[in-house]
Design a protein around this ligand. Structure first.
Ligand SMILES: [Zn+2]
Length: 406
């Protein structure tokens, strides 16, 4: 009998553990009176009401048309601006604050999560390389509701043989693939562990020595494994060969622009279009890689030009900063630099509708009935000034407030 009870308890533990606790116990919530942008290209809806329950948006409309059920917690948003939750498609949970994520005190992790992500409106992030066991443990604690944080998607890294980038500690053990079989096995192992995608270093930066590129056959082997399981593949390209090998191997997303290269060729742009390649610009990263301001200006301008060319070609732009690798947590600089190539609507799309569509997150990226209640409330209009995207009053994920400005 005791044995049976214990079995039932264990069964319940797993059953309950399988549901997002975030969505379960939150009281109904309504955002009342703000200006809502349903999607990046929709006209503003003034005096809007959004009713949220069980993690989802139950109703959206003008205050005159939408009733708020009794016992609903109200957040008055008069003078504020409401958008779908933001995605940061290039982050890293690698700095020391995340160490021992399985057992580290929750308040420290929450504070760092806020400093790095939630106070800037991020409700979903892609970690493009960290210590998988540690990041999986962190994700578990976020999903349990213990640490307020974004939805975390994780990519497993694969490097070319002898392609240990100079900016990573030499003693760090990195998965280097010498053959297509090895790359395929590494990709299989990563996905089996519970990671959500693969990131390939199709070019590894070796400092004063030449870039080490990953052979196309190795790229393709990893891509085939990931695609067979419906998972995306990112590439860190580093140079033009790294871009070309990524394209030839069928990579989905370029995780950076390549500012030291002369720009994308017409042939590359045609391939991006044909293969539905997406680009993460990481323009603010280029302000950190060289101490000479003239070189920095050139790198940044080159990245801006590539972003402009890629976007004008019809390519999907995904917002991403490489935060966590850099210590630039505030996305202001990224918005400013992107705005040299894109308008406010396009930047907003890169934060919301584009990543939701690209990663098939059909319940995200827009504010509509039935969608996940992932929302950002801003204190000022982002179409008035792009920097207002950083003036976050509330970040709401699945109906739960994960950040609130004090
Ligand atoms: Zn990165």
């Amino acid at each position: 009998m005791i044995h049976q009870l214990r079995s039932v308890a264990i069964f319940l533990f797993f059953l309950l553990g399988a549901f997002p606790i975030n969505a379960q116990k939150e009281p109904p919530l309504a955002l009342v009176g703000g200006t809502l942008f349903v999607s990046p290209d929709a006209p503003p809806m003034h005096d809007a009401v959004i009713v949220i329950s069980e993690g989802r948006i139950k109703a959206v409309g003008r205050a005159a048309d939408v009733g708020v059920p009794p016992k609903t917690r109200l957040i008055y948003c008069t003078g504020k601006y409401i958008l779908a939750g933001f995605w940061n498609t290039h982050v890293h949970f690698t700095d020391a604050a995340w160490n021992n994520a399985a057992i580290a005190p929750a308040d420290g992790l929450e504070r760092h999560m806020q400093e790095m992500l939630t106070r800037w409106g991020f409700t979903t992030v892609w970690d493009l390389g960290s210590f998988p066991a540690n990041s999986l443990a962190l994700r578990q604690r976020v999903e349990s509701g213990e640490i307020p944080g974004p939805r975390i998607l994780l990519a497993g890294d694969i490097f070319p043989k002898n392609g240990h980038p100079v900016y990573l500690p030499p003693e760090m053990q990195l998965p280097e693939a010498a053959t297509p079989d090895e790359a395929g096995q590494m990709a299989r192992d990563d996905l089996k562990m519970g990671l959500d995608g693969i990131k390939l270093f199709t070019g590894a930066f070796m400092g004063n020595k030449p870039v080490i590129n990953m052979d196309t056959a190795i790229v393709k082997a990893a891509v085939d494994v990931a695609h067979a399981q419906g998972k995306p593949v990112f590439a860190h390209p580093q140079n033009a060969v790294g871009v070309d090998n990524a394209i030839a191997g069928g990579v989905d997303i370029l995780a950076h622009t390549i500012p030291s290269a002369p720009g994308y060729t017409a042939e590359e742009l045609a391939r991006f279009k044909a293969q539905n390649t997406a680009l993460i610009p990481t323009l603010s990263l280029w302000t950190t890689v060289n101490s000479d301001s003239k070189v920095t200006d050139h790198l940044v301008q080159s990245g801006v030009d590539e972003l402009k060319a890629f976007s004008s070609n019809g390519g999907t732009i995904l917002f991403g900063t490489d935060t966590g690798f850099t210590n630039i947590y505030d996305p202001s600089l990224e918005y400013e630099l992107m705005h040299r190539a894109l308008n406010a609507r396009e930047i907003l799309a890169s934060l919301t509708a584009n990543p939701a569509a690209y990663f098939h997150a059909s319940k995200q990226g827009r504010v509509a009935k039935g969608m996940d209640a992932d929302l950002v409330v801003l204190d000022a209009d982002p179409f008035g000034n792009i920097q207002n995207l950083t003036r976050v009053a509330y970040t709401i994920r699945a109906g739960k407030i994960i950040y609130q400005k004090h």
